[in-house]
Write a protein that binds this ligand. Structure first.
Ligand code: ADP
Ligand code: MG
Length: 255
């Protein structure tokens, strides 16, 4: 592989399709070892979630290659499969996608610990909850007993249970109200520094990219139209599509 040894995620000339419909065309992205954030910006339907799904191994790669820590997602051996599952974790819009409504917070987090072969003691669960700014006694509750912001924090704690190096954040605060969004962004910033995490951060909220990302890539209709340092892309966009995107979204709406 030609990429640098510090490359954590490499998406190389990737094309993705649903049946015969190509929705991501010849996309290349790299995310180095953390702390690092790559923002993937684009309007609804541009292919962002499709890329996230392929990186997570939930959608086959049509052509090109996706690798994480040098492991090709299309050809994982059994031990690599386990490693892949622990190295990268998704965080979606709100906790409801990953939290089973019938399971207590304790059971959800224990399950994540079990999957990667970690001990499942209550003190480990408690530490994870405290790390994301919750009280440890939240572990006895079920998802419906939590606020949206608390649910998202539990989902983040669950993601951290595997000791990941890369978080795939797909619109991670868009279901939360603005004040809660700001606090969850503070949490991502703290975790990124404390745990040397890398983020592939999908959003149409450019203020979030401004806060959390070193680099940004702009996607339109399945193709990357511009990528580079986040401050250059946000401050001095070159492509017309990026200019329109920036003009249509207030940059500081959540700060
Ligand atoms: N399961 C699916 N089957 C067929 N087409 C899909 C499916 N999911 C998404 N698409 C299409 O793929 C394109 C990209 O979608 P998506 O990756 O969800 O975009 P984004 O996350 O940027 O809003 C859209 O045209 C969407 O309609
Ligand atoms: Mg999406």
């Amino acid at each position: 592989m030609s990429e640098n040894a510090s490359t954590l995620l490499a998406v190389t000339n990737v094309t993705l399709a649903y049946g015969k419909k190509v929705v991501v065309d010849d996309v290349s992205l790299t995310v180095p070892a953390g702390p690092f954030g790559l923002g993937l910006i684009g309007e609804s339907g541009s292919g962002k979630t499709t890329i996230a799904r392929a990186v997570l191994g939930l959608l086959p790669v049509h052509s090109g290659e996706i690798s994480v820590a040098g492991m090709n997602v299309a050809h994982l051996t059994r031990p690599q499969r386990a490693a892949y599952r622990s190295i990268l974790q998704p965080v979606f819009q709100d906790g409801t996608e990953v939290l089973d409504p019938r399971m207590s917070v304790r059971a959800s987090i224990r399950e994540a610990l079990r999957v990667v072969g970690r001990a499942q003691h209550d003190d480990i669960v408690a530490d994870l909850l405290v790390d994301v700014g919750l009280r440890s006694d939240v572990m006895a509750l079920h998802p419906h007993q939590l606020s949206g912001g608390q649910r998202q924090r539990v989902a983040i704690a669950r993601a951290l249970a595997t000791e990941p190096r890369l978080l795939i954040l797909d619109e991670p605060t868009s279901a939360l109200d603005v004040t809660v969004q700001a606090r969850v962004l503070d949490l991502f910033e703290k975790l990124r520094a404390e745990r040397n995490l890398s983020f592939l951060l999908i959003t149409h909220n450019l203020a979030i990219v401004d806060r959390l990302c070193d680099e940004a890539a702009v996607i339109s209709a399945g193709r990357i139209v511009e990528q580079g340092p986040a401050d250059a892309i946000l401050g001095d966009p070159q492509h017309d599509y990026t200019k329109k995107l920036i003009a249509s979204v207030p940059l500081l709406e959540s700060s």
